[in-house]
Design a protein around this ligand. Structure first.
Ligand code: CP
Length: 330
């Protein structure tokens, strides 16, 4: 069988014609959690994402290899980056993208998540991306539909495409992940971004530290394969990468911090706290960020230190790669 070119310099594994019969070597029907992926899976996603980074920087961003496919974005929580980048990723690949407006959908009339899922399934989508406040909701939904389901963030559990785009950002900046020391700082307790990044960075051979006040540190956090610190000055010493997290107030049920100004004083990243890290340290944040709460505003905008907008760029490429690898697995 002749293998057609998908992109300059890249061949689809066993593609007969764009949008039909893709049988990639990616062994998963859904993308629900980093914990489901092997090192080889992660490397495959990152390598494919890299080709999309180049395409997205060119004048011809559109390559409709998934023409005729349908993606439904089903977001029960707010999003700017994730939802927009899945939409853009799909459109650049020729996918018809539907953004469900949950607030004006029949969930507002009491329809359950699973009934919503089965209703959408009857319309034969090829992909559904789901963001939901409950940990495990996306996995449950994936058991009720025929199409590929992508976890766009479920409760405190996982946000796998965020960790993948973070990994791509680190790899592009440093040329590797293995052997780096990464400090993830802030509201570790409520953060699905932290959990996905801890899982991915450990699999890829990085050393992971977590830095938080005791109230925002999960119990037994060491069992995740991280080294906990309760002071920024100690946690950031000699690290290669600092990943800041937002206070997830929407998931807090009590008083976890005294005040945002006190939090910034002890845990907000500024140049003084960063000065104990390696000379070439860089700063990440998944967004949305709260300037002056977890990160100093001027530092966040410093293009010599901050890769926050690089992360956004990588997000589109990673989501394109994920769509390509999950295509036609139903
Ligand atoms: N990082 C992230 O998930 O951002 P959004 O909430 O804007 O999608």
């Amino acid at each position: 069988m002749r293998l057609p070119k998908l992109h300059k310099g890249r061949i689809a594994p066993t593609l007969e014609r764009p949008g039909a019969g893709v049988q990639s070597s990616f062994p998963h029907k859904h993308l629900l959690a980093i914990s489901d992926l092997s090192v080889k899976d992660i490397e495959q996603i990152l390598a494919l994402s890299e080709t999309y980074v180049q395409t997205n920087r060119s004048n011809n961003k559109k390559n409709p290899i998934l023409k005729g496919q349908t993606l439904i974005n089903l977001f029960f929580e707010n999003s700017t980056r994730t939802r927009t980048s899945f939409e853009l990723a799909g459109k650049r690949m020729g996918v018809d993208v539907i953004n469900m407006n949950v607030e004006s959908s029949s969930t507002a009339k009491g329809e359950t998540l699973l009934d919503t899922a089965m209703t959408l399934n009857a319309m034969h989508p090829d992909f559904i991306t789901v963001r939901h406040a409950e940990s495990g909701a996306v996995q449950l939904l994936s058991q009720k539909v025929k199409c590929a389901v992508i976890n766009a963030g479920d409760g405190w559990h996982e946000h796998p495409t965020q960790a993948l785009l973070d990994a791509l950002t680190i790899q592009k900046r440093r040329g590797k992940i293995k052997g780096l020391t990464v400090a993830i700082c802030g509201d570790i307790l409520h953060s699905r971004v932290a959990r996905s990044n801890i899982a991915l960075l450990n699999k890829m051979g990085a050393r992971v530290r977590v830095v938080a006040p005791p109230t925002l540190m999960p119990l037994y956090v060491e069992t995740l394969g991280v080294e906990p610190f309760y002071e920024m000055e100690r946690g950031l010493k000699n690290v290669d990468v600092v990943m800041m997290l937002r206070l997830q107030k929407e998931r807090m049920t009590g008083n976890y911090i005294s005040s945002t100004s006190e939090y910034f004083h002890f845990y907000g990243l500024d140049r003084t706290k960063l000065s104990v890290a390696k000379d070439d340290v860089f700063v990440m944040h998944p967004g949305p960020m709260n300037r002056g709460v977890e990160i100093d505003s001027e530092l966040a905008d410093d293009i010599n230190r901050s890769v926050i907008l690089d992360q956004v760029e990588m997000g589109v490429a990673v989501r394109q790669a994920v769509l390509e690898l999950l295509a036609h697995k139903s």
